[in-house]
Design a protein around this ligand. Structure first.
Ligand code: MG
Length: 449
C-alpha cells in the first residue's frame, strides 16, 4: 500500500528487496537535491528488517549517498540521529504496529520530521517514473552508529522536566511490555536510569510479537496480569517501533492510549505554559487536561507529520496524537514513547497520585470507531451531515468533524482503503453509538438520493 507517508505491505509478496531498493533510490534522488550530509538507516526488530535494511543501504550507496546505519533502534532515536549527524534524512524499516508479517518504510526529512505530503508525493512520483539521479560512479560510504538509542536516552534524562532524583527517591515499580520490538533496546535502561524499579515482559528484540502489536487496551491482557502479579505501581506498553505508549493502572486495567497524551500534557503544563496541538481524532481527555491550565488547544489533520508541523508553527509546548504518541518540542518534533514514559513516571511521582486516581478525577468519555463503504460523492455526504447537524461546530481540515461541547463526530476517507472512517466520542457509549449510527444512515441516504 502506497501513501504519502511511504509504502507498506506483506513481506515477500508486496514488500520485496527490489521494491525497497527502488524506494531507497527515489528517496536518495530526492534528498540529493539538498546539499551535503549522509542518510540515516534504521529498523525495528521484525525478522525481515535486517534483510530489507541491507537493500535500503545498497540503494542509497549506489547513488553516491553516504549512509549511517543505526541498526535496530526506535523510530524516534532515528529521528534524533538525523539531527545529530546533520543528515539529509532517514529511512526507517518498520511497519510500526502492523502485524508480524508486514513491513514498511518510513521516510524522514533533514529536519528530523516525517516527510510532508508534498515531499511524499514527489517521492512517489520518482518511484513511478523511475527517474534517477544520474549520479557519480562513486559509491557512497557506509558507517555504523551504535549509539543512537543511548544518545536518545541521555537527551531524555537531561530534560528539565525529568527529575531522576525525585523518581529515584520514590522508586516506583513499573511493569513494562516491549512486545519483543525495538523498545527492548531503550525502555528498560531508561526507566532504570530514571530511578524506577522495572519488571519486563517481552523485552527480547527478536520481532516474534507474542500478541497483536498495537498497544490498544484489548491487546494488553498479559501486561495487565503482570501488573497484578508484580504489584506494580503502573504498567507501560510500547508498539514495535516505540513511538506509541499505553498505560495500565495499578489495578491491572488498561486505561486506553488516549490517556498517555493527557497525562503528559497535564505534567508539562504544570511546568510550562503554552499552546497544545493534537489531531482531530484525539480524545477530549486531552482538552480537559489543557483546560486545567487554561492552555489553548489547536487541532490538526491526523498524522504525525501534520501535528509536528502545526506544533512548530504554533510554538506548542506539547502535543501529539491520541493513539499514545507524545511530542515534546524541547526534545524533538516526533512521537516518542521513551520520552512519554519518562514524563509519565515523573508525573506520577510529582503529583503523588495513582494512575486510577488521575483517571477518576476527570470526566469519562467513550470513543467508538466504525467504517462505512459504498458511499457516493463524499461531499454530498458531508453536506447532509452539516444540514442535519446545523448547530454543530464544523471543522473541514481533514474530512468533516462536528463537535458539540462534550461530544464530537469525525468522518474522513481512509488514505489506504476505499472506505470512510467514522469516530465519535461522547460521555456515554449510547450517545457515541447513536452519533455513529445516525451518521452512517445519513451518508448512505445521501449516496442513494
Ligand atoms: Mg509506531
Amino acid at each position: 500500500m502506497r501513501s504519502v507517508s511511504g509504502v507498506r505491505g506483506i513481506v515477500g509478496t508486496d514488500i520485496t528487496p527490489e521494491l525497497v531498493t527502488r524506494y531507497a533510490r527515489a528517496f536518495g534522488t530526492l534528498m540529493l537535491r539538498d546539499d551535503g550530509g549522509p542518510v540515516v538507516v534504521a529498523r525495528d526488530s521484525r525478522a525481515s528488517g535486517a534483510m530489507l535494511a541491507s537493500a535500503v543501504v545498497s540503494g542509497l550507496r549506489s547513488l553516491g549517498c553516504d549512509v549511517i546505519d543505526c541498526g535496530l533502534v526506535p523510530t524516534p532515536s532515528a529521528q534524533l540521529a538525523v539531527e545529530h549527524h546533520s543528515a539529509r534524512g532517514a529511512i526507517v524499516v518498520t511497519a510500526s504496529h502492523n502485524p508480524i508479517e508486514w513491513n514498511a518504510l518510513k521516510f524522514i526529512g533533514p529536519d528530523g520530521l516525517f516527510l510532508d505530503s508534498e515531499s511524499g508525493e514527489a517521492l512517489q512520483a520518482l518511484v513511478s517514473s523511475g527517474d534517477r539521479e544520474a549520479g557519480s560512479n562513486d559509491q557512497g560510504s557506509l558507517a555504523v552508529d551504535d549509539q543512537a538509542a543511548d544518545r536518545h536516552l541521555d537527551l531524555i534524562l537531561q530534560l528539565p522536566f525529568v527529575d531522576a532524583e525525585s523518581v529515584g527517591r520514590r522508586s516506583p515499580l513499573v511493569a513494562l511490555d516491549c512486545v519483543r520490538g525495538a523498545g527492548g533496546v531503550i525502555m528498560p535502561a531508561l526507566l532504570e536510569r530514571l530511578g524506577c524499579e522495572v519488571r519486563v515482559i517481552n523485552g527480547e528484540t527478536d520481532g516474534e510479537f507474542p500478541r497483536a502489536p498495537e498497544p490498544v487496551a484489548q491487546n494488553l491482557g498479559e501486561l495487565c496480569e503482570f501488573v497484578i502479579e508484580t504489584g506494580a505501581d503502573f504498567g507501560l506498553a510500547v508498539d514495535p517501533d516505540v513511538d506509541r505508549l499505553a498505560i495500565v493502572d495499578e489495578t491491572g486495567t488498561a486505561i486506553g492510549e488516549d490517556y498517555t497524551l493527557a497525562f503528559a500534557v497535564e505534567f508539562i503544563l504544570s511546568r510550562k505554559h503554552g499552546p497544545v496541538v493534537i489531531n482531530l481524532s484525539t480524545s477530549q481527555v486531552v482538552d480537559d487536561a489543557a483546560a486545567r491550565f487554561d492552555a489553548p488547544v489547536r487541532r490538526t489533520r491526523v498524522g504525525e507529520a501534520n501535528v509536528a508541523r502545526a506544533m512548530r508553527q504554533e510554538a506548542a509546548v506539547i502535543g501529539g496524537e491520541g493513539n499514545g504518541g507524545v511530542i515534546l518540542p524541547d526534545l524533538h518534533l516526533g512521537r516518542d514513547a521513551p520520552l512519554a514514559a519518562a514524563l509519565i513516571a515523573s508525573f506520577m511521582v510529582a503529583f503523588d497520585l495513582s494512575v486510577s486516581q488521575v483517571v477518576n478525577r476527570n470526566p469519562k468519555y467513550r470513543i467508538i470507531k466504525d467504517k462505512v463503504s459504498g458511499i457516493g460523492a463524499i461531499e454530498d455526504a458531508y453536506d447532509r451531515l452539516r444540514e442535519v447537524y446545523g448547530g454543530a461546530t464544523c471543522d473541514t481540515q481533514d474530512g468533516l468533524r462536528l463537535s458539540w461541547g462534550d461530544r464530537w463526530l469525525h468522518v474522513r476517507p481512509s488514505g489506504t482503503e476505499p472506505i470512510v472512517r467514522l469516530i465519535a466520542e461522547a460521555p456515554s457509549e449510547d450517545v457515541a453509538l447513536s452519533l455513529i449510527r445516525k451518521a452512517k444512515e445519513l451518508m448512505v441516504v445521501s449516496s442513494n438520493s
